[in-house]
Design a protein around this ligand. Structure first.
Ligand code: G3H
Ligand code: 13P
Ligand code: ZN
Length: 321
């Protein structure tokens, strides 16, 4: 079975009111864990590859691994470039057959972000690929307080609903990653900080009111950083800070219901893998067969993916809709 187009996965997810899990792939075990969980739970899936993953694993290895996954399963699989940082990288991935790319020029001023995104959209659309872009800065919630104008300031870091409308109209991008207090990694919030879900609703309805329909939004930084995983890592010799914090899964559910059609998860996979490997080494320091620690790591990542797709994203059971 060939890859399934991102466009088709999005259309079905919007109709079915579930979110697609977009899981980062860096090696064979991560890929197998994701695919096995999605296969068993009959979930469609987006595999995302970052620039760093391409540098780590080599684009050809990743392509061949994904080809193997596609040939061994019947679930719909789309392949997406995560955080493409240039037109050239996006073009490379489009030429390699990715079904979607993200151009992340969100650090640029609005007009420059539009210009770069538009260039990628033009090329992508000519080559049957769709484009995710980002507006706002994923600096997390720490800038939510104390700044002049705070999160609601146009010069602030959060996505402004009216700007989102202008951006989508001017660029023609197919989905938009929003900044609503989300950030990458294992230290997302301090104290009682959380996602600005009210803003998410405003962004979604502004796009709808502007005639852009049920426009797909993307939530980056959606790992929940489970306390038990951090505790397990530390129990077996890790040194994660006491202030690890992720997005509560209840918030992800609200985000899903509010129109986040693609939900990006990487850190939780890394934590699960690390916890399993540390446990093997701590309990059996004489072990040196990689299969004996990568096997349990793969199983733990699989359990985590299964939980996300069933209990949080609600895409389980939708593979063959
Ligand atoms: O958003 C970042 C993703 O977690 C990918 O991370 O650039 O280290 O591969 P990476
Ligand atoms: P996390 O760091 O929360 O897993 O976010 C991953 C992500 O957004 C990849 O683009
Ligand atoms: Zn991201």
């Amino acid at each position: 079975m060939p890859l399934t187009h991102t466009r088709d996965l999005f259309a079905k997810a919007l109709k079915g009111k579930y979110a697609l899990g977009a899981f980062n792939v860096n090696n064979m075990e991560l890929l197998q864990a994701i695919i096995e969980a999605c296969e068993e739970e009959k979930a469609p899936v987006m595999l995302q590859i970052s620039k760093g993953a391409r540098q780590y694993a080599n684009p050809v290895y990743l392509k061949k691994l994904i080809e193997a996954a596609v040939s061994l399963t019947t679930i719909p699989i789309a392949v997406h470039l995560d955080h493409g940082d240039s037109f050239e990288l996006c073009r490379e991935c489009i030429d390699e057959g990715f079904t979607s790319v993200m151009i992340d020029a969100s650090h640029e001023p609005f007009e420059k972000n539009v210009e770069i995104t538009k260039k990628v959209v033009e090329y992508a659309h000519k080559h049957n690929c769709v484009v995710e872009s980002e507006l706002g800065h994923l600096v997390g919630a720490q800038f939510d307080e104390g700044e002049e104008g705070g999160a609601h300031s146009v010069s602030g870091h959060y996505t402004v609903p009216e700007e989102a409308v202008k951006f989508v109209k001017e660029t023609g991008c197919d989905s938009l990653a929003v900044a609503i207090g989300n950030s990458h990694g294992a230290y997302k919030f301090k104290g009682s900080q959380h996602l600005d879900l009210e803003r998410l609703k405003l962004i979604k309805s502004a796009l709808m009111d502007a005639g852009l329909g049920d426009y797909p939004l993307v939530l980056h930084g959606a790992s929940s950083v489970p306390k038990e995983l951090a505790a397990e890592i530390n129990k077996y010799g890790g040194k994660l800070g006491a202030d690890t914090a992720g997005v509560p899964e209840a918030d992800i559910e609200v985000a899903r219901r509010t129109g986040c059609t693609k939900v990006n998860i990487d850190t939780d996979l890394r934590l699960a893998m690390t916890a399993a490997i540390r446990k093997v080494f701590a309990e059996n320091p004489k072990e040196f067969d990689p299969r004996k620690y990568l096997g349990p790591a793969r199983s733990k990542v699989k359990d985590l993916v299964r939980h996300k797709i069933k209990d949080v994203l609600c895409c389980a059971g939708h593979a063959f809709d």
